[in-house]
Design a protein around this ligand. Structure first.
Ligand code: CAA
Length: 259
C-alpha cells in the first residue's frame, strides 16, 4: 500500500518505528484514507520482528484535529454503519506492541481519541486536548466518552464532552490523561527516549504486560488478576526470563532477544 497521508520511518537499529500523520494543511484531520493507511502501517509494524515500539506523531501545530468533518458532513448513519467509520480505531487498539503518542498542538475529537488509544502520551507544552464534537451537533464516537472518563474521571470528562472545552497539556497531565509534558522542541525526542527505554526490555514480557494492563479496562478484578497471573507464568517460558534473572545475579545488563 502506498501512503499518501502518513510517513513511516523505521529505525531498525533502535527498534523504534515512527509514524507521522501528514495532512498538515488540514491539521491532520483524520479522513478515511489516512486511517486505513495508519491501520495498514501498524499491522505491518506489529508483525515486523525488528520493531519493538511504535511512536505516532503529527507536527508542532496539530497531532490531529479530529475526524474529517468535511468528509463526514453529508454522510448518513447508514453510510457510517456501512463504512464502519471507527473500525480502524479498534485495529489500533489491537496492536500488540507498545504505541506511544507524541502530541503537540491540537489533539481534538478523533485526534484525542487516537492519542488515548495509544498506550502512553508524551505532550508538548502547546498541546490541547478536547472532545469538541458537541459543538458540531454530534458526540464522540471513537472512544471519547469511555477512555476519557476512565482516564480523567466523570467530572472533567463530562465537562469536556458536554461543553467541548479544551484542556492544556499541564491540565491533562494533572488529570492523569498523559504521561509527560515537555517544551515544544523536545516532545518528539522525549517520546523517542521513552520508546527507547521500553525497547530495552524483553519484547515478550512487554507484550504480556501491555495485554495485562489493558485487561484492567475490560475485566472485573478477579478475572483481571487471573489473567495477569497466567501472563506472569507465561513469561517463564521465555529465554528472556532466564537471561533477565541471570543478568541480575551476575550484576550485568540483560541482553533480551525476544525469544
Ligand atoms: N476536519 C476537516 N478539516 C479540518 C478539521 C477537521 N476536523 N479541523 C481543521 N480542519 C481544516 C480547516 O477546515 C481548515 O481548512 P481550510 O483552510 O481549507 O479552511 C484548516 O484545517 C485549518 O483549520 P482552521 O482554519 O480552522 O484553524 P484554526 O487555527 O483557526 O482552528 C481548530 C483550529 C480549533 C482545531 C479548528 O480547526 C477546529 O475547531 N477544528 C475542528 C475540531 C473538531 O471539531 N474536531 C472533532 C471532529 S468530529 C470527530 O472527531 C468525531 C469522532 O469522535 C471521531
Amino acid at each position: 500500500m502506498e501512503y499518501q497521508f502518513i510517513l513511516v520511518e523505521n529505525n531498525y537499529r533502535k527498534h523504534i518505528a515512527l509514524v507521522q500523520l501528514n495532512r498538515p494543511k488540514e491539521l491532520n484531520a483524520l479522513n478515511l484514507q489516512l486511517m486505513l493507511e495508519l491501520k495498514d502501517a501498524l499491522e505491518k509494524l506489529d508483525k515486523n520482528e525488528e520493531v519493538r515500539c511504535i511512536v505516532i506523531t503529527g507536527n508542532e501545530q496539530a497531532f490531529a484535529a479530529g475526524a474529517d468533518i468535511k468528509q463526514m458532513e453529508s454522510r448518513t448513519a447508514i453510510d457510517l454503519l456501512k463504512i464502519d467509520q471507527f473500525e480502524t480505531w479498534d485495529q489500533i487498539r489491537k496492536t500488540k506492541k507498545p504505541v506511544i503518542a507524541a502530541v503537540s498542538g491540537f489533539a481534538l475529537g478523533g485526534g484525542c481519541e487516537l492519542a488515548m488509544t495509544c498506550d502512553m502520551i508524551v505532550a508538548s507544552e502547546s498541546a490541547k486536548f478536547g472532545q469538541p464534537e458537541i459543538k458540531i451537533g454530534i458526540m464522540p464516537g471513537a472512544g471519547g466518552t469511555q477512555r476519557l472518563t476512565r482516564a480523567v474521571g466523570k467530572a472533567l470528562a463530562m465537562e469536556m464532552v458536554l461543553t467541548g472545552k479544551f484542556i492544556s497539556a499541564e491540565e491533562a497531565k494533572n488529570a492523569g490523561l498523559i504521561n509527560r509534558v515537555v517544551p515544544e522542541e523536545l516532545y518528539l525526542e522525549e517520546a523517542m527516549k521513552l520508546a527507547a527505554e521500553v525497547c530495552q526490555m524483553s519484547p515478550i514480557s512487554i507484550r504480556l504486560a501491555k495485554e495485562s494492563v489493558l485487561k484492567a479496562f475490560d475485566a472485573g478484578l478477579q478475572e483481571g488478576l487471573y489473567f495477569e497471573r497466567k501472563n506472569f507464568y507465561m513469561c517463564f517460558t521465555s529465554e528472556d526470563q532466564k537471561e533477565g534473572m541471570k543478568a541480575f545475579v551476575e550484576k550485568r545488563k540483560p541482553d533480551f532477544k525476544g525469544n
